[in-house]
Write a protein of this length. Structure first.
Length: 528
């Protein structure tokens, strides 16, 4: 590989491709996600915050559910009356509370399934992502059990229909000795039955709390709450729905009659009409097969990924890689040099995402170190930071001039090679977060007139935190910083996803216009 006037391509370094099972579907999803960027902006695009929205809706359900439980008469005789009386509370407060709880439940299921679909489409269920995927699948079943059980506590005609339909569905299982519908759904057993209803509807959320905790254990800096503007807008939307389309009881339950003309919640109670349209056994087979497939996906063959390597001689135990790793792949242990209080980074190969964000965080990754070979505290073996420094210098030296520009792109963002031109030297990194900020200054001192850094759009980083950390590092909010002495007009940032190459070209044109009449930066020989 050698530099040329049309750019600088890493021919010997593998570019990480999408792990999606169907790349075209992934591209189509990305296109849909970009459409939502227009009205909401990248930072507030709800499709990029599905997990955080799910957490918010869950806690909204918990808070509203606790209030409803305080007001609920948990006896068969008083349940319907206590819930129905909420509609008589002044200022529609009771109506708002009940509707908020119901619509938050519907929203939680929608967001949860959308989150599942997004992760599958983007291929995020194998390797270092296997544990979050496997811990998330059981939460789907718990959510529906809890949601369906909530209708039983109302003990109106809809709750009666759901309870009987569920009991008959379980009766189809061959290992149940006696019919649930006959033994439990009788007037003599209703109070005992309501004890079961309360246990189901209140016990499942407790299991979900533990499940959600396990779900995010291997995800660093997990977002468990969406941006404030999104949270307020979501809560306001649910409250508006609760007032405009109030949730009403559908007449008291009566086991002597068969409910008619019910208004079904198709999101939470879809299983009942599905059972009527097919058969109880068919639905059992469908659900068991669906969960089996979902749980088996992480077992599919996965391509081996390089793992970050720590060099004890250059690791100072600063903990920056530990703090910045998106998937908790880095832990700190006592250093092998035996010095008291000094730590050493250790990488868990099963959790490493091969993103290189830890390399960009390491203070020893600065190219200004006066060593013949740049050995860093932590590095990626397939694309070491030393090679990036050497290729940058060689590429700049081979460019004819009079103007020279360097583009540091991202494999998962807009393609850096589309900027190819006689005056452009382009690199495509695994993630923008892999780039130490000091490389911008190093490129300028090495003869570049301007440097353009490109990465995925805000909230759309393939490795969750690469875009955020890069933005904060360049803005001086997170170490390592770009030195304030670097002229701001000499470098530019463009957040652009694959397909946004026009935006990348526009950013480069803007950089050319800003630097067309500027004086050269101090050369490397003059670096203090």
């Amino acid at each position: 590989m050698s530099p040329s006037g049309s750019g600088f391509v890493r021919e010997d370094l593998p570019v990480q491709q999408s792990t999606s099972p169907v790349p075209r579907i992934a591209d189509a999803y990305r296109a849909i996600e970009h459409v939502f960027d227009v009205p909401f902006g990248g930072a507030l695009n709800p499709l990029k915050h599905l997990g955080a929205l799910g957490f918010m809706l869950f806690w909204l359900l918990v808070v509203s559910g606790v209030v409803l439980y305080v007001l609920l008469d948990t006896s068969a005789a008083g349940a319907y009356r206590s819930i129905d009386e909420l509609s008589q509370v002044p200022w529609m407060l009771g109506t708002a509370l009940r509707g908020l709880h119901r619509y938050a439940a519907d929203g939680f299921v929608i967001v949860m399934l959308a989150h599942l679909a997004r992760e599958w489409v983007l291929g995020r269920y194998k390797g270092f992502r296997a544990v979050p995927w496997l811990t998330g699948i059981p939460l789907i079943a718990l959510a529906f059990v809890c949601g369906i059980g909530g209708f039983w506590l109302n003990w109106d005609q809809l709750g009666q229909f759901s309870a009987i339909a569920t009991a008959e569905w379980f009766d189809a299982l061959p290992f149940l000795a006696s019919p649930l519908a006959r033994n439990f759904l009788g007037d003599a057993n209703l109070n005992r039955l309501f004890t079961l209803f309360v246990f189901v509807h209140l016990g499942m959320p407790l299991l979900m709390v533990f499940g959600l905790w396990f779900h995010i254990q291997r995800i660093s800096h997990a977002r468990v709450f969406p941006p404030r503007a999104m949270a307020l807008a979501t809560a306001a939307t649910l409250l508006l729905l609760a007032l405009v389309l109030p949730v009403r009881s559908q007449g008291p339950a009566n086991l002597a009659t068969v409910p008619q003309n019910l208004q079904l919640d198709w999101i939470l109670l879809f299983i009942h009409p599905l059972t009527d349209a097919t058969s109880p056994i068919a639905v059992w087979i469908l659900l068991v097969a669906a969960f089996a497939v979902l749980l088996a996906l992480p077992l599919l063959p996965a391509r081996a990924q390089p793992v970050a390597v720590v060099d004890p001689g250059n690791c100072s135990g600063c903990r920056r890689c530990f703090d910045d790793c998106p998937y908790s792949a880095v832990t700190m242990v006592p250093h092998t040099n035996g010095r008291r209080g000094v730590e050493l980074a250790v990488v868990d190969a099963d959790l490493c995402a091969s993103c290189g964000i830890c390399v960009g965080a390491c203070p020893s990754s600065t190219p200004f170190r006066s060593t013949e070979r740049l050995v860093t505290g932590i590095d990626m073996p397939q694309w070491p930071i030393h090679d990036l420094r050497e290729r940058l210098l060689q590429g700049l030296a081979a460019m004819p001039g009079p103007r020279r520009y360097v583009v540091f792109g991202c494999d998962h963002g807009a393609r850096a090679d589309t900027t190819a031109a006689p005056d452009v030297l382009h690199f495509s990194l695994v993630c923008a977060g892999m780039l130490p900020p000091s490389f911008i200054e190093y490129a300028l001192r090495g003869g570049a007139d301007g440097v353009l850094v490109s990465g995925c759009r805000e909230g759309g980083c393939e490795f969750r935190l690469g875009q955020r950390w890069t933005q904060q590092r360049l803005g001086g909010e997170r170490p390592p910083h770009l030195r304030a002495t670097v002229p701001a007009e000499r470098w530019h940032v463009a957040w652009a996803d694959r397909g946004d190459e026009a935006a990348l070209a526009a950013a480069l044109s803007q950089l050319r216009a800003r630097t067309g009449a500027t004086e050269p930066f101090l050369p490397l020989e003059s670096t203090p």
